[in-house]
Design a protein around this ligand. Structure first.
Ligand SMILES: Nc1nc2c(c(=O)[nH]1)N[C@H]1C(S)=C(S)[C@@H](COP(=O)(O)OP(=O)(O)OC[C@H]3O[C@@H](n4cnc5c(=O)[nH]c(N)nc54)[C@H](O)[C@@H]3O)O[C@H]1N2
Ligand SMILES: Nc1nc2c(c(=O)[nH]1)N[C@H]1C(S)=C(S)[C@@H](COP(=O)(O)OP(=O)(O)OC[C@H]3O[C@@H](n4cnc5c(=O)[nH]c(N)nc54)[C@H](O)[C@@H]3O)O[C@H]1N2
Ligand SMILES: [Mo]
Length: 794
């Protein structure tokens, strides 16, 4: 019998039901308890004995448990845990030497003192500069999937009640596409429900994957994964679906699916896609009826293809000269797509570049010319790699997040503009058809985010932080951000408290009880407790708690989801499973639009797909014109920068971490060389450089320099190198500006240049670097060391 996802879930449900009321089934007469919990890496059961987490067992509801999840035990007991509240020495004694952040010792203080200092910092900044100078860095929920102990929301709730704060707009994941696609197809697409897996499986014949690595990126979910994505792709493979990968790397998915690898130079996809459009146009293969009925602006786009617009015909040969894919291959792929039921899919890495807006937009143009948008298994899909997309919706309501409440301040900073803002208060930038003026930020509060990690051009951010008077961080671990803070508040991990979550993100099949496994370690306190204590000091504790305890908030969140069982049953069993109705498995994205484009207009100005957007053109941005276009990036393989820095660095999401999380555990460290992040490089390049496999090298450009371990592999194109994002930053000499990073944190090298005036999105994959051999003795990586801490209150 083939076990598909549906039959597996059924079997698992039956198994769980029989186990549900005998939680000590694995116990052998001792004190062992098996307790349900849920994480971004999957649902699990903690095997707890005498108050200690002995091991992590996979849940029967996890289709394909991942290595990351089992490392959470090591993370819990890691020596990198923050054991007590700490304050940077000169911040505490009043001499505040900000250039010593990350270099000077911390003083261990009582919770009372740390919270008083935090409240005072907030009050001082509010009084002197106003609420706009308080910045909530936390824009995402990657710390854990809990809905009540959610740091970003708790922080927003506190700061909102305090009179408001400057917030982040957009995100790092798909920042360019989120802004441009609503103008083009009426929706961001990247976070939307896609054609159901059942429909795709039955109908698709060809999947063209631009930079898609679901076998890696689906190890985690923004909520709780069931890890069924791999199985879906493998079923398609078994059925004979043809896969083609366009990627600078032969990634895990490509290898596992035996997908045809079309190696491409990093950040040049738009040229290839436009070359394919040109083939379809000049060979008269494209679907004219679809273009006429469902799109606007094709004439302007076709003038660009033929060169009528700018004198350059966008032939496949033209594309080859930019992207390195042979012209014949480009033509062949364009023709092939017309002969099959084809899904065009693109991940997000190829839009994390200069002019990233053009990537998905040009794929929409290509898919429109193929003419299968709205057909089962045809068209485009921009999130097949993420959060179990394609999973049909069970119909269940999601549990609610603790409300953030109102933020009386309206000031926003586009996600990747942090460093630029701190350095340039008062600067005005263009953004999506309007203007934004940077506020004068004086206080950063991070909870559940690792800014000294995620933000491109870290040296610029660190420089910008010198203008910041207070940096406050809630963290369980001594992350680079914690080490760089003035006040460090040690919080519990999700294993040390109760919460509620759901998963998968689109399916909502499960509500999960995230039950406490162990008591808080050291002096750690819950995020909720920390923000309640701060609220108490600021005079709005009752408004913060709304009169509810944590238990009551969890119950509230559960009950707002209108569940089929009562709370006690849910909590004892550890989950609620919602069956997905057969009807919901028939969903086809854009099918209503295809059936009747007059009645079911897209939410674009014309109601149709906009291959020319008058709205975008009206902004007059030279870096984001009205139709999808190849625009040479300021930093790329043929740019000025490449003369000094000849290698194109891409910074994919890590296989063995969740961003920076778990970098302090074996699952990540075992894949490094001497604790340095691997740098994937083609053997031909390595030979030119005279470097060998495993050698520690220096990677550099005019923004910074760092150490990495050379990983020689044919699975990456020549002249592109890959270093995963998220290694813990460790400056060789923390007192020195632009100090060499000992661990290989890629954002030491990336640029914070915005994608364009439209989205102002992150461009961390547009980065040129040089590589050189390291001279002299190499210091060990200090990223996982505790900072110097002096005991006792000053
Ligand atoms: N170069 C490059 N940079 C990138 C990217 C890239 O592709 N290339 N990708 C970007 C993307 S898409 C994203 S989404 C970002 C992600 O960037 P982040 O959201 O900063 O990623 P994490 O490292 O997961 O940060 C979560 C933090 O929460 C902490 N934490 C865990 N549990 C708790 C808790 O209970 N309470 C509190 N208070 N804290 C907790 C963790 O220790 C960790 O420091 O990175 C971006 N950065
Ligand atoms: N294991 C794990 N999974 C994750 C995360 C994690 O930290 N760890 N993070 C999650 C988050 S927050 C996000 S936003 C998503 C991100 O999802 P993505 O942005 O899709 O992930 P990446 O790993 O950056 O890139 C995916 C593929 O794109 C390729 N690529 C890079 N540059 C280019 C290019 O210029 N052109 C083409 N054609 N391909 C290119 C890479 O080689 C890689 O194979 O992943 C999520 N999944
Ligand atoms: Mo992301």
């Amino acid at each position: 019998m083939t076990i598909n996802r549906r039959s597996f879930i059924k079997m698992a449900s039956a198994a769980m039901a029989s186990l549900a009321y005998t939680p000590d089934i694995f116990a052998s007469g001792d004190e062992t308890q098996i307790i349900t919990h849920a994480t971004h890496m999957g649902p699990l059961k903690g095997y707890v004995k005498n108050g200690k987490l002995e091991k992590i067992l996979a849940s029967e509801h996890d289709f394909d448990p991942v290595d990351l999840m089992f490392s959470l035990k090591e993370a819990t007991y890691s020596p990198t845990r923050i054991k007590q509240p700490c304050v940077r020495k000169s911040y505490l004694d009043g001499s505040d030497k900000r250039n010593l952040r990350g270099a000077e010792e911390f003083i261990q203080v009582s919770w009372e003192k740390a919270l008083d200092l935090t409240a005072k910092a907030l009050q001082d900044v509010k009084r002197i500069y106003g609420n706009e100078s308080i910045f909530r860095t936390s824009y995402a929920r990657w710390s854990h999937p809990g809905h009540i102990q959610q740091p970003a929301n708790l922080l927003g709730r506190t700061l909102g009640l305090f009179g408001g704060f400057t917030d982040v707009v957009g995100d790092y994941s798909a920042g360019a596409s989120v802004q441009v696609l609503p103008y083009i197809v009426g929706d961001s697409e990247v976070y939307s429900m896609q054609t159901s897996r059942e429909v795709v499986l039955e109908n698709v014949e060809l999947i063209m994957m631009w930079g898609l690595d679901p076998f890696k990126t689906s190890k985690i979910d923004y909520n709780v994964p069931d890890h069924s994505t791999k199985d879906w792709f493998l079923q398609m493979k078994q059925k004979g679906v043809q896969f083609i990968t366009i990627d600078p790397t032969k990634n895990l998915t490509t290898r596992k699916l035996d997908s045809e690898w079309v190696p491409i130079k990093a950040a040049t996809d738009v040229a290839m896609i436009i070359g394919m459009c040109h083939t379809l146009y000049t060979e008269n293969l494209y679907d004219k009826e679809f273009i006429a009925k469902y799109t606007v602006g094709f004439t302007a786009f076709s003038k660009y293809l033929t060169g009528e617009h700018d004198g350059i015909e966008k032939t496949a040969e033209w594309a080859e000269s930019i992207c390195g894919v042979p012209a014949e291959k480009i033509k062949q792929l364009a023709r092939l797509a017309m002969t099959k039921r084809t899904t065009i899919t693109g991940s997000w890495a190829p839009q994390r570049i200069h002019h990233g807006e053009q990537f998905h937009w040009s794929l929409v143009a290509l898919a429109s010319m193929i003419g299968q948008i709205g057909l089962p298994g045809g068209g485009f899909s921009f999130n097949m790699h993420f959060c179990g997309a394609g999973t049909s919706y069970s119909g269940a309501k999601r549990p609610l997040l603790i409300p953030q409440g109102r933020n009386p301040v309206n000031t926003l900073i586009p996600a990747s503009r942090m460093g630029d803002t701190f350095l340039n208060p008062g600067k005005t930038i263009d953004y999506n058809g309007s203007k934004l003026t940077y506020p004068n930020i004086k206080l950063l509060y991070s909870a559940g985010l690792n800014p000294i990690g995620l933000q491109p051009d870290l040296n610029k951010l660190i420089e910008g932080c010198k203008r910041i008077e207070h940096i406050i961080t809630n963290e369980p671990w001594w992350t680079p951000t914690a080490k760089f803070s003035d006040i460090v508040l040690p919080v519990t991990t999700s294993f040390e408290r109760d919460d509620i979550a759901f998963g998968s993100s689109y399916g909502v099949e499960h509500l999960w009880a995230m039950k406490q496994l162990i008591s808080p370690l050291f002096e750690a306190k819950d995020d909720f407790w920390v923000f309640r204590e701060i609220s108490k000091r600021l005079g709005f504790e009752n408004e913060f708690t709304d009169g509810k305890t944590i238990e009551e908030w969890i119950r509230w969140s559960f009950e707002m989801s209108q569940p089929s069982v009562d709370f006690e049953t849910f909590w004892e069993k550890g989950f609620v499973y919602n069956m997905t109705p057969e009807e919901n498995k028939k969903y086809i994205r854009h099918s209503e639009f295809r059936a009747n484009p007059q009645k079911n207009r897209l939410s674009t100005p014309s109601g149709r797909i906009e291959l020319f957007s008058e709205k975008i053109a009206s902004f007059g941005y030279e870096d984001c014109p009205g139709f999808p276009k190849w625009i040479t990036p300021a930093e790329g393989i043929n740019s000025y920068a490449s003369r000094r820095f000849p290698y194109h660095l891409i910074t994919p999401h890590p296989m063995y971490r969740l961003h920076s999380q778990l970098d302090n555990t074996r699952v990540s460290r075992d894949h490094k060389f001497d604790d340095r992040e691997p740098m994937y490089i083609n053997p031909e390049n390595a030979k030119q450089l005279g470097i060998s496999h495993g050698e520690i090298v220096e990677v550099y450009n005019n923004r910074g320099h760092m150490l990495a371990g050379a990983f020689l592999t044919e699975n990456i194109v020549k002249d592109s190198i890959a270093i995963d994002e998220g290694a813990w930053y460790a400056p060789e000499n923390p007192r020195e500006k632009n100090s060499r990073c000992l661990s290989g944190q890629a954002n030491i090298l990336t640029s914070d240049r915005p994608s364009s005036k439209l989205a102002q999105a992150t461009t961390s994959n547009s980065c040129m670097v040089g590589i050189r051999k390291v001279k002299g003795r190499i210091k060990r990586n200090t990223a996982y060391d505790e900072p110097d801490i002096r005991k006792g209150d000053l």
